[in-house]
Design a protein around this ligand. Structure first.
Ligand SMILES: Nc1ncnc2c1ncn2[C@@H]1O[C@H](COP(=O)(O)OP(=O)(O)OP(=O)(O)O)[C@@H](O)[C@H]1O
Length: 338
């Protein structure tokens, strides 16, 4: 079921949590709402779910106006960050809950629960209670429960937020595969850009109650529409508009009218002063396994982070205190806001 948001906005008292917003979510897609805390992601998700009513605009679900439809009428599955499983019920009973309410037959419920437990890879766990499961397993049960009633839309609010990094990573891959199998239109909220990039087909980047950009992970990373997107998605150096490194760029005007953003892996480091690079001193070198990160102090005062592959580092093994010469490989400039 496709979702269309037309001019939807929401205030809480004096606070504009969501500015008038337009968004189209294609049927069967897996979309991430990505942004920092307070950017309006959950508000947008809750408006789609019918847990909040908008002040303006319309919400269409499969082309039908659902702006004021109740949560039940929308046929939506919901999973929150903190597992909301019923503690006194077994896994099977939890998953069956929505089906019991809908008065499905016993045989039907049994078959559907078996199918769902297999889908979330918890077939042997049906008789356990939530307290006998790991955090990741509980979230998978919550997903199975949300999917039990065959929702047309699945909404997930930071579903893996409370889990440790390793389990989160496993569940991301698992959610991607699950979506490939069931194809239910899925919208999930996250403030973790890596999570959004890894899981989603489309990312909606939000800041201060509005959408900054909508695009595939590659579009968002390679062609950020705004300085906010450039800084929020992936690491970035923000250069002073008149720094020597900015001014070295042929296409750059060097008059303070543009702000230059440079990804740490888009910096060339050389040790020969004749290379024509900007002089800098190495402040720190961090060995992070697959990658080496270095902090440099540019001679005109700015600091610059550089990420090197092991091969690059092997070719130019820089050390703390060393003088080096840097050149940008690729940059992105945005007009400075006055
Ligand atoms: N019921 C409410 N009453 C008052 N203010 C609210 C309410 N719900 C949300 N807000 C405010 O609206 C803003 C947006 O909140 P929202 O939960 O949508 O942000 P978010 O991007 O999901 O952030 P987080 O990742 O922290 O959940 C916040 O500043 C929040 O304090």
């Amino acid at each position: 079921m496709g979702i269309t948001i037309e001019g939807v906005s929401k205030r809480f008292g004096d606070f504009q949590a969501l500015r008038p917003t337009d968004l189209t979510i294609e049927t069967g897609s897996l979309v991430a709402l990505l942004g920092p805390s307070g950017s309006g992601k959950s508000t947008l998700l809750r408006l789609i779910a019918g847990l909040e009513m908008p002040d303006t605009g319309r919400i269409l679900l499969t082309g039908r106006d659902a702006t004021y439809a109740s949560v039940q009428e929308r046929n939506i599955g919901f999973v929150f960050q903190h597992y909301a499983l019923f503690k006194h019920m077994t896994v099977r009973q939890n998953v069956a809950f929505g089906l019991e309410i809908r008065k499905a037959s016993r045989a039907e419920i049994r078959a559907r629960v078996d199918e769902l437990l297999e889908l979330v890879q918890l077939s042997g766990f049906g008789d356990r209670y939530p307290s006998q499961l790991s955090g990741g397993q509980r979230q998978r049960v919550a997903l199975a429960r949300a999917l039990a009633v065959e929702p047309q839309v699945l909404l997930l609010d930071e579903p893996f937020g409370a889990l440790d990094a390793k389990v989160r990573k496993e569940l991301r891959a698992w959610l991607r595969r699950l979506h490939d199998e069931v194809h239910v239109t899925t919208v999930f909220v996250t403030h973790d850009q890596e999570e959004a990039m890894e899981v989603a087909d489309q990312i909606v980047v939000m800041s201060q109650g509005q959408i900054e950009q909508v695009g595939s992970p590659a579009e968002i990373y390679d062609h950020p529409a705004t300085p906010f997107v450039m800084s929020f998605v992936g690491q970035v150096n923000v250069l002073h508009p008149e720094s020597a490194l900015s001014c070295q760029l042929p296409e750059y005007r060097c008059n303070g009218s543009q702000q230059v953003f440079l990804r740490p892996h888009d910096v060339l480091i050389e040790t020969d002063p004749r290379s024509g690079g900007v002089s800098a001193q190495v402040q720190a070198v961090l060995h992070l396994g697959r990658e080496i990160q270095a902090e440099l102090l540019l001679y005109d005062g700015g600091s610059l982070w550089v990420h090197l592959s092991r091969e690059q580092y092997a070719a130019t093994p820089i050390q703390r205190g060393q003088r080096v010469y840097v050149r940008p490989k690729a940059v992105k400039a945005f007009p400075v806001k006055v």
